[in-house]
Design a protein around this ligand. Structure first.
Ligand SMILES: [Cu+2]
Length: 296
């Protein structure tokens, strides 16, 4: 994909996310599946996004109806999860009629990406469940405390578009502190002996944004120019709104970059506080660096 296509694809995705966001908030209580991606119901904005997508008809396999028809059911294999205990998570992808979906495209080297965060976004996991057939994926995870966790399954069915389906799950046990998601005063962090600086070309909602991560050795301040591919690209970035209601897809501008700079394209659907996790690999080690930004 060239840069233009990537931006177009990103824009379309965000239009859809922005459009479906409100519909999700109003989802009936018995709807156990909060779709942060392409939800079943479309409000006015959602329809606009869909029309917009139709106008760009040449957009390859990204057809919306398939994703609209999908459902993800999240469960703990033993029925419940306890803090600090390995728990098997199952994610079952079905059509709305309950028939399992078994054909997935490899997307960033995996069939399905599972992102898990807790209520205040202080916990973040990005893991890759194994496909077991019958639409089912499983993986073990240990949750650090009790409380609510939101799980996002990110996948691409064959013939469909990139889809993100999510659900809040309860983990038994003592809850951790509830910390506020506070915007960083300086977008520089030190993680695993690396100093990572983030720059954004815009912090306004609905604008194209390029995120540039600059990765240096924390001691020498020398740029690191031998980043290794992580999930087939220079890095992987996940962005969530403060309430975890909006999950943003982010695309690297140059997948083959090796540092010290790694650039990604996105667009924030609305104003608010967002948490950004950048993930990079250097010398076999995955570095996860979080930032919090305020979008106006
Ligand atoms: Cu992944």
């Amino acid at each position: 994909m060239n840069k233009k296509m990537m931006i177009l694809s990103t824009l379309l995705t965000f239009s859809l996310l922005a459009g479906c966001g409100n519909a999700n908030e109003n989802a009936p209580a018995n709807e156990n599946n909060h779709t942060s991606g392409h939800g079943a119901s479309h409000d006015q904005a959602g329809n606009q996004a869909e029309n917009q997508a139709d106008n760009h008809g040449g957009h390859g396999a990204e057809q919306i109806p398939v994703s609209d028809n999908l459902k993800a059911s999240f469960a703990f294999a033993s029925g419940s999860a306890k803090a600090n205990e390995e728990t098997e998570i199952t994610v079952q992808i079905t059509n709305k009629d309950g028939s399992p979906v078994n054909d997935f495209e490899v997307n960033h080297e995996k069939l399905l990406h599972l992102i898990i965060v807790n209520h205040d976004l202080s916990y973040f996991a990005h893991i890759h469940p194994d496909f077991k057939g019958d639409g089912k994926f499983t993986i073990n995870n240990a949750f650090p405390a009790g409380g609510k966790y939101k799980m996002f399954a990110d996948f691409k069915p064959v013939g469909g578009s990139t889809t993100t389906l999510s659900e809040w799950m309860d983990v038994e046990g003592k809850e951790g502190e509830h910390a506020a998601v506070t915007p960083d005063s300086k977008l520089v962090k030190e993680v695993n002996d690396k100093e990572i600086e983030l720059a954004l070309t815009s912090t306004k909602a609905k604008e194209d944004v390029t995120l540039t991560f600059d990765i240096r050795d924390a001691k020498t301040k020398q740029g690191i120019n031998n980043l290794e591919p992580y999930l087939g690209a220079v890095g992987h970035v996940v962005i969530l709104s403060e309430d975890a209601g909006q999950y943003l897809h982010v695309h690297p501008l140059d997948e083959k970059a090796t540092g010290p700079k790694a650039q990604f394209a996105t667009s924030f659907p609305k104003s608010g506080t967002y948490k950004i996790w950048g993930q990079f690999q250097h010398r076999g080690e995955v570095i996860t660096v979080p930032f919090v930004v305020e979008v106006k």
